[in-house]
Ligand binder design. Sequence first.
Ligand code: BYC
Length: 332
Amino acid sequence: MYGGGYIFDEPNKKQLREEQQHDDPEKLAIFEARISKGEKIEPGDWMPAEYRRQLTRLIEQHAHSEIIGALPEGTWITRAPGFKRKLALIAKVQDEIGHGQLLYNAAETLGKSREAMINDLLSGKSKYSNVFNYPAKTWADVTVIGFLIDAAAIVNQVANAKGSYGPYCRALERICYEESFHLKQGHDALIALATGTPMQKDMLQDALNRWWQPIMHFFGPPDKVSQHSEKLMQWRVKMASNDEMRNQFLDTYVPKLWELGLTLPDPLLHKNTETGRWEYTDPDWDLFFKVINGGGPCNQERLQVRRWAEEEGRWVRKALMNPKERRALPVA
Ligand code: BYC
């Protein structure tokens, strides 16, 4: 089990107990009125137990996604083509880990300890984004992640940064600044391959073909299937539905791929000019649920790496928490 010894605020147990017993209708009405006025909810404010539970779930999954998401690209740091691409990739991977820290901090304000969150990740209880359960086989995979997965994340994060929970929104705003840089480096790498040699272009097209379905899955199941959207949108945690975000992503990024002469592996993909909506082949949602529940090609490998990091880092956390051992640590 995780025995990190991070310092985190003790949750207000009395407040948590009260919320869990029942949601006082008067307090609920004041809370919902604040949300509809666009006010931010802060950690010390009263909130319904379900709001706390849903936010904890969502922010925690987001934090895990950043940490696990650093792994596919991280394996390419030693193999990035050239000094500048290597520098940019190192910085990006560090940023993703930093985003994980910001998000764990935001989730901790809701009362769940970081230890409990890490335990739930390592035991496979908590989810993280489906896309990070696929391998990054070539440099073109890293390019597709850097452009399209960061783009998909930006669509989601820019919208939700205007949401109702203060600590999550502030973390998302900061993350979005860094993600915008990631997107630019991803686009630059994508253009280099798309306009490079035939072999580079083929490698990119192959990566795009393999990543397309996971990227379509990234925004979550269709609105008619999504379990949490209705409540989360009512409480302005999610500022757009899964299908709306998917549509926004297609609208912005498909033309950028087509203009580079790339194709997408869906013969039905097109924008309906009358409705303004994109139409596409429904991705395989059974596969999506299999992947997010531990059955993807890399789930085991990803968690094994995190368990290894957990074990190997235990002595550092222990030493940092113990003043006597801290004095004995070498000074850099
Ligand atoms: N992957 O009711 P629904 C990054 C689950 S990392 C896995 O629609 P919700 C980056 C969902 O949890 C940024 N699971 O859910 C890092 C639920 O299961 P549970 C990643 C998914 O929450 C490194 C069930 O399906 N971004 O940018 O209303 C390198 C039903 O779904 C997924 C975030 O994490 C999925 N894709 O909406 C490069 C954004 N989709 O919990 C880049 C934060 C759904 O009931 N998350 N599920 O067992 C969200 O905004 C929302 O969770 C979602 C789904 C829109 C994804």
